[in-house]
Design a protein around this ligand. Structure first.
Ligand SMILES: *[C@@H]1O[C@H](CO)[C@@H](O)[C@H](O)[C@H]1NC(C)=O
Ligand SMILES: *[C@@H]1O[C@H](CO)[C@@H](O)[C@H](O)[C@H]1NC(C)=O
Ligand SMILES: *[C@@H]1O[C@H](CO)[C@@H](O)[C@H](O)[C@H]1NC(C)=O
Length: 400
């Protein structure tokens, strides 16, 4: 990804804070007891709507609302309350939940933005959703993550064009008709591919949609920028062949990393926001998995499970240090012992590396496999910007 740091105002940086990673993976509650009820849709809906009405006044709800944002449920959209109110389980107490209710999770910040929330949750139940991707993403980036579910059909192309088959889809620009363009300044892929040359100002990953351009060479070992660019093969060679199988790319642009890894039979999930471009659609069209979550969200993976986590040009000094510390620990958590964290082109200024970021990374508990520091010169040497590319390993023994 491009540096999100080209002399932009502070407020924009703060906005970026929430950006790159993002899906609201609404927690799927799997319960063996619920399986047996899977064909009773109508009766469930009845139960749910009755309960929703009944529970609006329950102490747990009003207590939450008042504690958190001094707001009463009266101000909140009816569909929001219908979704977030505790809902009684059809078969009563469930030991997995340790409760007889389910409380669907949504970001606690949702209710801090009642106007946006009202607009987002105003729609016709059982009908079509408004075409409001931009509003939804703003709400999410403000901290309403995961977004509440809605009971409507999302905007879609009138005539959707199905993706190219694999392996062709990996390196072919998809049809313009696979995307709803309302939220973006470009209205087709050729505009996105050409915006590098035609469009002034900054856009995240501005040249990423051009699969014939820079994307073609990333991580392929053909780089000209030297030691900071590790190649995928060089990184995989650190471990026994075949033991890196599954992983995550945080803020992975158009998922070229995942595509290259798939060519090596490695499955990578790519988190991305849709910042002025249909990144998630494009990733999916290439045939790899997009995950729409911001970097604020706890990673939706269990402890000690992934073989590799990669992140390029995203985790850097524009993220508040405390948040970055939590994030690094979350990466450590989801990596299995012996798993690799490839911190690719982390950037900061001059002394920040020794004084802030090196100690911060060292506090997590990784072993250093590679640690390469070099100057970042794209905005001029006088800014004393630095890059760090590091390959870190979660200890195989005593990682706790
Ligand atoms: C939506 O569909 C459900 C299931 O058929 C029904 O119970 C409900 O009344 C409908 N709601 C509206 C607003 O049409
Ligand atoms: C793509 O969009 C640009 C401007 O947004 C327009 O000039 C161009 O004709 C469009 N190209 C195609 C193939 O639709
Ligand atoms: C990937 O897996 C397929 C099927 O098992 C195998 O034929 C192929 O050689 C593998 N490719 C690599 C690069 O390991």
């Amino acid at each position: 990804m491009d540096s999100p740091q080209k002399s932009r105002p502070l407020s924009f940086n703060i906005f970026l804070l929430y950006l790159f990673l993002s899906t609201n993976l609404l927690t799927y509650f799997v319960s063996t007891r619920l399986h047996s009820s899977s064909c009773t849709l109508n009766s469930n809906i009845d139960t749910i709507s009755t309960i929703a009405t009944n529970t609006i006044t329950e102490p747990i709800i009003s207590q939450h609302a008042q504690q958190d944002e001094t707001q009463t449920t009266a101000d909140l959209p009816a569909e929001f309350l219908a979704f977030t109110s505790p809902q009684k389980l059809p078969f009563g107490f469930n030991t997995n939940f340790d409760s007889d209710k389910m409380i669907p999770p949504v970001g606690h910040a949702c209710t801090l933005f009642p106007d946006k929330l009202s607009r987002y949750m105003s729609y016709k139940v059982n009908g079509s959703c408004p075409d409001d991707e931009l509003l939804a993403q703003k709400l999410l980036l403000k901290g309403c993550e995961p977004l509440p579910r809605r009971r409507c059909r999302p905007a879609a192309q009138k005539e959707y064009v199905e993706p190219y088959p694999l392996p062709q889809s990996s390196w072919t620009t998809p049809s313009d008709s696979s995307v709803v363009w309302t939220a973006y300044s470009c209205k087709n892929y050729s505009c996105l591919i050409n915006r590098m040359h035609t469009q002034k100002g900054f856009d995240d990953c501005k040249d990423c949609f051009d699969l014939e351009g820079r994307e073609k060479h990333r991580w392929a070992g053909t780089s000209i920028s030297g030691d900071l660019d590790f190649s995928i093969d060089e990184v995989l060679a650190v471990k026994k062949p075949g033991t890196i199988r599954i992983g995550l790319d945080i803020g992975g642009g158009v998922a070229t990393f995942a595509v290259r890894m798939r060519e090596r039979n490695i499955t990578i999930i790519t988190t991305s926001m849709n910042l002025n471009g249909p990144f998630n659609n494009f990733i999916a069209s290439r045939g790899v998995i997009p995950l729409y979550i911001s970097i604020s969200q706890r990673l939706p993976f269990f402890d000690n499970t992934l073989d590799i986590v990669h992140s390029m040009h995203v985790l850097s000094n524009w993220i508040p240090t405390t948040l970055l510390h939590f994030l690094f620990f979350d990466i450590y958590r989801v990596l299995r012992p012996g798993g690799l964290f490839w911190l690719d082109h982390f950037f900061c200024v001059g002394d920040q590396l020794e004084q802030v970021y090196a100690p911060l990374i060292e506090s997590i508990g990784f072993n250093k496999v590679k640690w390469v520091v070099g100057p970042k010169l794209d905005r001029g040497p006088e800014l004393r910007e630095m890059y760090l590319s590091a390959l870190l390993e979660k200890p195989l023994k005593n990682s706790w």
